[in-house]
Write a new protein. Structure first.
Length: 469
């Protein structure tokens, strides 16, 4: 709505004039058609709207499956306490489906086969969702679980993973995991779909796992595993790269990066690299760590990659496939969650490391340090934009707070034809503050923002659509 006059020169002899006009995104946060409660998603049992630690996945038909969540203890009176799993009071098995075309939430006929929070959901090639681990609660006792189940989008039903030999429910071979990662990979001694589980906590006393395992869904068992991560690791993120360390996209080198996270004593400033093309010589176990942190170009292992600027947990990573890089965004830098970073670091798949060559400086900066929000990638008008919404921010000279703000990382074409990467706030704020929330890119050119806790640390029962234009 504002007009500006911009002076420019046209030189004698010029036969054409090219004008680049850049504007801020025209954006908006609007409520979805109704809250979960008014859509009938709240059954009579308590805790249905517990969406802290809930998980979401976009199904092949564009609908969004949202499962589980936790209710925190009343004594968790600060944002830091509310982010700690030892303060979980109760876990739910609730499942709802959001239809972006109808703009409504609908409960599934039944919930998951067991309560879960901070679990993983992996979309399989056949359209089913493989759900594993997380915290569960039985008889008032909260603990991680090893058990897995499937969601069938054709029937909207959940079914447990069954051991064909015993006929009983089963799960991950290494046992219980929560706050772990699960990534679909088609590698190592078996056919896809394979799901790689990594890290996680295994009890409520800050004991974690320093291992990984690859589960073959068709064979219903592990086909490869390793016990040599550089550290116990949870609350990390996982990024799958298929052309690691090569500027030739036709050269395949598949790796899975485990980025940041924390262990019992510290926030981790490392990235472990699992070599998915590693030759295990027909044995399932990597006994020596030969598949971890491979050297580039035949060089010996350099060990884990260091994260510039220190450790990160409750951060975000977003892969940008057209430029073969990912953004590492924000995160807490201290184990007690009392400090965060405003850095946005760029990791180059070609170089196999964080790069100062991708941006004018080695990192971008958010307006404020931010953690425990959510980020998602949007491809718009030939440009990639990353939306970062909600979380805990640390305004200069003020106490940290749960925020209703959002920011973007945007790629801007320059006159020379190259791309410049920049950050900035969006032109709209969310109707309410939230942290521990989710951000899901829909097939309708919108992002669904939901879940987590509000600024008063109550369960967030609302969902918002962020519109890119």
């Amino acid at each position: 709505a504002k007009g500006y006059s911009i002076p420019f020169s046209v030189h004698p002899g010029d036969d054409s004039l090219q004008i680049f006009v850049y504007t801020t995104l025209v954006d908006d946060f609007s409520p979805t058609a109704a809250s979960y409660k008014t859509q009938g998603v709240q059954p009579t049992k308590p805790g249905v709207n517990a969406l802290m630690g809930a998980r979401s996945v976009v199904l092949k038909d564009g609908r969004v499956l949202i499962t589980g969540g936790a209710i925190m203890k009343p004594s968790a009176s600060t944002y830091a306490d509310a982010l700690k799993p030892e303060n979980i009071q109760h876990v739910v098995n609730t499942a709802v489906i959001y239809d972006p075309n109808l703009n409504i939430f609908t409960p599934t006929p039944t919930g998951m086969t067991m309560p879960r929070a901070y679990h993983t959901m992996t979309l399989l090639p056949d359209g089913r969702v493989f759900i594993c681990g997380g915290f569960t609660s039985v008889g008032g006792i909260v603990a991680p679980t090893k058990y897995c189940e499937f969601f069938n989008p054709e029937t909207n039903q959940f079914n447990p993973l069954i051991d064909e030999k015993t006929g009983k429910a089963t799960g991950m071979w290494f046992g219980a995991r929560a706050m772990h990662t699960a990534t679909l990979v088609g590698t190592m001694a078996g056919d896809a779909p394979n799901v790689l589980f990594a890290g996680g906590v295994t009890d409520m006393k800050n004991h974690g796992l320093a291992n990984w395992e690859i589960y073959n869904v068709a064979a219903k068992g592990d086909i490869a595993y390793g016990t040599h991560l550089s550290s116990q690791r949870w609350n990390h993120t996982a990024v799958l790269l298929e052309h690691y360390g090569s500027n030739n996209a036709a050269v395949q080198k598949r790796v899975l990066l485990l980025v940041g996270g924390e262990n019992a004593s510290q926030v981790l400033d490392t990235v472990d690299v699992i070599d998915l093309d590693c030759n295990l010589n027909n044995v399932p176990e990597d006994k020596t760590g030969a598949c971890l942190n491979p050297g580039l170009g035949g060089q010996p292992s350099p060990g884990p990659i260091k994260i510039p600027g220190g450790g990160r947990t409750w951060h975000s990573t977003v892969y940008e496939p057209s430029r073969r890089m990912f953004y590492l965004i924000g995160g807490f830098t201290k184990k007690d969650y009392s400090a965060a970073t405003n850095r946005v670091d760029v990791f180059s798949e070609t170089l196999g490391n964080f790069s100062a060559n991708v941006t004018p400086t080695q990192f971008l900066t958010l307006a404020m340090p931010r953690a425990a929000g959510a980020a998602t990638l949007q491809y718009l008008h030939g440009l990639n934009t990353v939306l970062i919404a909600g979380g805990v921010v640390f305004p200069k000279g003020q106490s940290p707070k749960v925020t209703d703000s959002a920011e973007v990382v945007v790629e801007i074409p320059t006159q020379s034809g190259s791309l410049k990467i920049d950050t900035g706030p969006v032109g709209a704020i969310m109707p309410s503050a939230m942290m521990g929330n989710m951000a899901v890119m829909l097939n309708t050119n919108r992002a669904l923002i939901l879940g987590g806790l509000t600024g008063s640390l109550a369960q967030n029962q609302d969902a918002y659509l962020y519109t890119f234009q």
